[in-house]
Design a protein around this ligand. Structure first.
Ligand code: HAM
Length: 448
């Protein structure tokens, strides 16, 4: 018998959550709800509406937007193993690593261009990247993102720089509303697509000399997508990058310089402190003009809380009329990272307004019915079906934060009544059973 037990024990597998994912436990969920609630209020104040898109899309959508040579597409996409016949398409599918590509896809698919001059979306949800997990870096994480997309009246419009500042301002406002302090805003400009090309040629020229001293991975970046070198994590590469004289490159057009100046001046109007970081290029291919990151020292190596920028040409790359110029920009905030640094307490236990105790098994049935009636009347209530002494059951009621306790006792039930105890003031009243819901409704519903 003993042997049999050991074998069956050995055969039972204890399942653990997949690496790089996290259970959000009930005692933590209040922080998520609070953050989500604040996010909805702030986004609404800025004129954004919520959008929800699927958790997976065609792999090609991410390759065409985030970039074929980006780390996200090359190393981190989590693809679905097989598609069943009858799916309607044989295109490979992947879990979304970010939200921007899906939102632009949805913008085009649902013809928002004809519905409104400018579309302002926000989204909240899980994203998936097959990264090596560490503090602040998960394989399933959550983003709160906003995207602002619409046709532009002309190709070059300096006034749109107000929008860049406004979007950065929204990101800052959201972080503040979540109770995050001490973050840093870093900004840069990549200029127009032509400027970006000139920037890339300049980098190629200045980095050529150092090519041999770069790690193999960075040499690959040099030939495939030189901007990736600027966000290399390798120390020797970072030192080489620090020596680059970006100003000397002179790759920004007159318009791009003015645009950057105007965006910075608008940020100053909003009283947002920022640092200009010329090697900030972001690890996603779709950006042009202003890019930004918001970081927090306390996060350690994964210190970026939020990031974003302008991606005007992506809308056309994903199928919009090439004759129509677009203005498109946005950002995403990493929620897990925010919760690591936000000054916001968690609620440890679930609270109920009313706790119902039965002092004998025969009272469980009326207690069961009463708790159901209370909930239907909109009063949060719970009951203990495991019986116990009055002392132990009162302890349970206290633990649950109950404000009123209903006691089904022998004496009271002889008169078809129960005792209702006010836990704050200690006073106890005998109430006829069929009037208990009314009695408690007056206390709780009136209070709201
Ligand atoms: P991203 O920089 O890739 O940009 O991600 C934005 C934020 O998501 C990061 O700053 C970070 O807080 C969080 N994040 C990213 N990867 C992880 C991870 N593995 N674990 C935990 N948190 C993570 C984007 O996703 C762009 N779509 C942002 C954007 C929107 N640009 C324009 N519109």
């Amino acid at each position: 018998m003993r042997g049999a037990l050991t074998v069956s024990k050995m055969m039972i597998k204890n399942f653990l959550l997949p690496r790089g994912t996290a259970d959000i436990l009930p005692e933590e969920i209040s922080r998520w709800h609070e953050l989500e609630q604040k996010a909805r209020i702030v986004c609404k104040n800025y004129g954004y509406r919520e959008i929800r898109t699927p958790a997976f899309e065609e792999t090609e959508l991410f390759a065409r937007s985030v970039g074929q040579t980006s780390d996200i597409v090359q190393k981190q996409l989590l693809s679905l193993a097989s598609q069943k016949e009858g799916d309607g398409s044989n295109s490979p599918l992947s879990l979304r690593p970010e939200g921007t590509a899906s939102i632009v896809r949805a913008y085009l698919q649902h013809n928002f261009i004809h519905a409104e001059p400018i579309s302002k979306f926000y989204y909240l949800g899980p994203m998936f990247r097959g990264e090596r997990p560490q503090k602040g870096r998960l394989r399933q994480f959550h983003q709160l993102g906003v995207e602002l997309i619409g046709p532009a009246k002309q190709n070059e419009d300096l006034n749109l720089a107000f929008l860049d500042a406004e979007v950065i301002g929204l990101c800052v406002q959201l972080l503040r509303s979540f109770g995050v302090k001490g973050f840093k805003v870093k900004i840069n400009t990549l200029g127009t697509p032509q400027d970006k090309q000139a920037f890339s040629s300049y980098l190629r020229k200045v980095l050529k000399e150092d090519l041999k001293s770069l790690a193999e991975e960075d040499q690959k970046r040099f030939s495939e997508n030189i901007f990736r070198i600027l966000d290399s994590k390798k120390k020797e590469c970072q030192q080489i990058v620090k020596k680059i004289d970006f100003a000397k490159g002179n790759y920004l057009s007159d318009f791009s310089q003015k645009y950057f100046e105007k965006a910075k001046s608008a940020l100053r109007d909003l009283r947002i402190d920022f640092e200009e970081v010329p090697y900030l290029v972001r690890g996603l291919d779709y950006y042009n003009h202003i890019v930004f990151e918001i970081s927090h020292e306390a996060l350690g190596s994964q210190d970026t809380l939020a990031a974003g920028g302008r991606y005007d040409t992506l809308v056309q790359q994903l199928g919009a009329d090439p004759q129509t110029p677009f203005s498109a920009l946005g950002f995403a905030i990493g929620i897990e990272r925010v919760l690591l640094v936000a000054d916001q307490p968690a609620t440890p236990t679930a609270e109920v307004n009313v706790f119902v105790l039965a002092m004998d098994e025969k009272f469980l049935q009326p207690a069961f019915c009463l708790v159901n009636e209370l909930r239907q009347a909109g009063i949060s209530a719970d009951v203990n079906y495991q019986l116990g002494s009055i002392k132990s059951q009162m302890r349970l009621a206290n633990k649950r934060g109950a404000k009123q306790v209903v006691i089904f006792g022998e004496e009271e039930m002889k008169e078809h009544a129960v005792s209702v105890k006010d836990m704050e003031h200690g006073q106890q009243n005998k109430i006829v059973l069929n009037q208990v819901v009314d009695y408690l409704s007056k206390i709780f519903i009136k209070k709201g």
